[in-house]
Ligand binder design. Structure first.
Ligand SMILES: CC/C=C\C/C=C/C(=O)SCCNC(=O)CCNC(=O)[C@H](O)C(C)(C)COP(=O)(O)OP(=O)(O)OC[C@H]1O[C@@H](n2cnc3c(N)ncnc32)[C@H](O)[C@@H]1OP(=O)(O)O
Length: 195
């Protein structure tokens, strides 16, 4: 599931809700698809913030659904729709952004991480390769050698290392949602002043 909240000041806050790690279950993918569509089509919304409930952004694919048939919206079109949104979309990364969770964040236009967050593409530890754009978006963002290191080792990086590598735009020890919403607001103001 994903909760949609309209924040005064023209921000839509989308919160992933799937305890314990807000993994991308069929219901979460459906929730993201629906709420992003709602935010994009609402003329009052100028920017979008994507976050996870209970201090965790997203743990990636829901490993509890691996045994069954795939249901719900596929991941790639959902992620591509975020990248294609004509309003700034900011990922507010707290706790973890792993696997498909990091791929989701990479499709956002900006990423803000809490200082204690960890990011990574651990697919290789499951015998997989990142399949939702991570092998394209990460090298474009940080270069091939650094991206390859993360993809083939599956190691997690701290928020500070992610900042140094260029995966995230800002690190904060403050309230991640408030910082991300302020950032989104200023990005939308900058974009609007240029139009
Ligand atoms: C539809 C998309 C299809 C494909 C593209 C995407 C592919 C991927 O995303 S592959 C990557 C999937 N994610 C992972 O491999 C992460 C695996 N988890 C971890 O590394 C760790 O659990 C953690 C770092 C997320 C948390 O570690 P820690 O704090 O030490 O806690 P636990 O390991 O004890 O886990 C707590 C709790 O969370 C459950 N859990 C963890 N990850 C997932 C997940 N991806 N899906 C569902 N549930 C997850 C874990 O089982 C524990 O549950 P219980 O407390 O009930 O045992």
């Amino acid at each position: 599931m994903a909760r949609y909240t309209r924040i005064p000041g023209s921000i839509a806050l989308i919160t992933l809700m799937n305890p314990p790690v807000n993994a991308l279950s069929a219901a979460v993918r459906q929730g993201i698809t629906d709420t992003v569509g709602r935010a994009v089509s609402d003329p009052e919304v100028k920017a979008v913030v994507l976050c996870g409930e209970n201090g965790k952004f997203c743990g990636g694919a829901d490993i509890r659904e691996f045994a069954g048939p795939m249901t719900g919206p596929p991941l790639i079109p959902m992620i591509d729709a975020i990248e294609a949104a004509e309003k700034p979309v900011v990922a507010a990364i707290e706790g973890i952004a792993l696997g498909g969770g990091l791929e989701l964040a990479l499709a956002c236009h900006y990423r803000i991480a809490h200082v204690k967050a960890r990011l990574g593409l651990p697919e290789v530890t499951l015998g997989l390769l990142p399949g939702a754009g991570g092998t394209q978006r990460l090298p474009r963002l940080i270069g091939v050698p650094a991206a390859l290191d993360l993809i083939v080792t599956g190691r997690h990086v701290s928020a500070q290392e992610a900042l140094k590598l260029g995966i995230v735009d800002q690190v904060t020890d403050g309230n991640i949602q408030e910082v991300a919403m302020e950032f989104a607001q200023s990005m939308s103001a900058t974009l609007n002043s240029r139009c």
